[in-house]
Design a protein around this ligand. Structure first.
Ligand code: IPE
Ligand code: IPE
Ligand code: MG
Length: 252
């Protein structure tokens, strides 16, 4: 059962796999402001944000984007009031429970990035189960960044590499970019081609650091609970207008 995308409104958008981003990463921001503008509590914004997650996952799958990373909770978000943190943890738990059938049906593999040890045991358990149950799905990979920090990821990669050197498994001159990539939690994925951040904030907030070296950045004022299929298509259409040079020059 395919969902219908409003593709007619984006005649310039190409569905050629060679022109689509292979990996889209999203900083899902603005839930609190969405709620405040409506006189609602912040958690109501998170609740609505969950509907955007479903819409964007389905749309990305339908378009044929192979990898999607969703930054759902940063290593620094633990500093929020415990009522909000608890609500978010329960929301992630519920998301995994209610979506798992749909994810299987759509052939979606779930990966978890971040310090999942810090998550409540109940959530950790369901997350591990979902990762295991979906591991052979091949149609799309959705990585959930939970308790994720870009610096922490780099630090942990440095530790792994240092241990391998100490153990005599590799020498220091074997440490290259590819070795670092392999030691990061994103080892199983290509670098993002497109980073989307909602809510008008123009910063990375300790999301992917190493991985964003040549990623195209797309910032939109739209708040995450309002970000749906249409906004994703706009971002991809904008991406397709970019000229990626990777430090080189374009002939002609
Ligand atoms: C993003 O929305 C969700 C998380 C960081 C978990 P926010 O909760 O950061 O919403 P704003 O930025 O306060 O509006
Ligand atoms: C970044 O948003 C983290 C996530 C969206 C999960 P924040 O709302 O935590 O970022 P800052 O605090 O505005 O930089
Ligand atoms: Mg925010």
């Amino acid at each position: 059962m395919a969902i219908s995308l409003p593709l007619n409104d984006f005649p310039q958008l190409s569905r050629d796999p060679a022109r689509l981003p292979r990996h889209v990463a999203i900083v899902m921001d603005g839930n609190g402001r969405w709620a405040r503008r409506r006189g609602l509590g912040r958690n109501e914004g998170h609740r609505r944000g969950k509907d955007s997650v479903r819409a964007v996952v389905e749309a990305a799958r339908e378009l044929g984007i192979p990898y999607l990373t969703l930054f759902a909770f940063s290593a620094e978000n633990w500093a929020r009031p415990s009522t909000e943190v608890d609500f978010l943890m329960r929301l992630f738990h519920r998301y995994l429970l209610t979506e798992s059938k749909r994810l299987m049906k759509r052939g979606i593999r779930i990966l978890a990035l971040g310090d999942t040890e810090r998550l409540p045991p109940r959530l950790r358990h369901v997350l591990a189960e979902t990762v295991e149950a979906t591991r052979d799905n091949r149609d799309m990979t959705v990585a959930l960044a939970l308790s994720y920090g870009g610096r922490q990821d780099v630090v942990s990669a440095v530790r792994k590499i240092a241990s391998a050197v100490v153990a005599g498994e590799i020498s220091t001159d074997q440490i290259d970019s590819a070795a670092v990539e392999r030691a990061l939690t994103t080892a199983a994925m290509p670098d993002p081609d497109l980073l989307i951040r909602t809510s008008g904030e123009l910063r990375i907030s300790n999301f992917f650091l190493f991985q964003l070296a040549y990623t195209e950045l797309y910032f939109t004022d739209t708040l995450w609970p309002d970000f749906r299929e249409r906004e994703l298509l706009s971002a991809i259409a904008a991406f397709q207008m970019r000229e990626r040079r990777f430090g080189g020059v374009t002939p002609g």
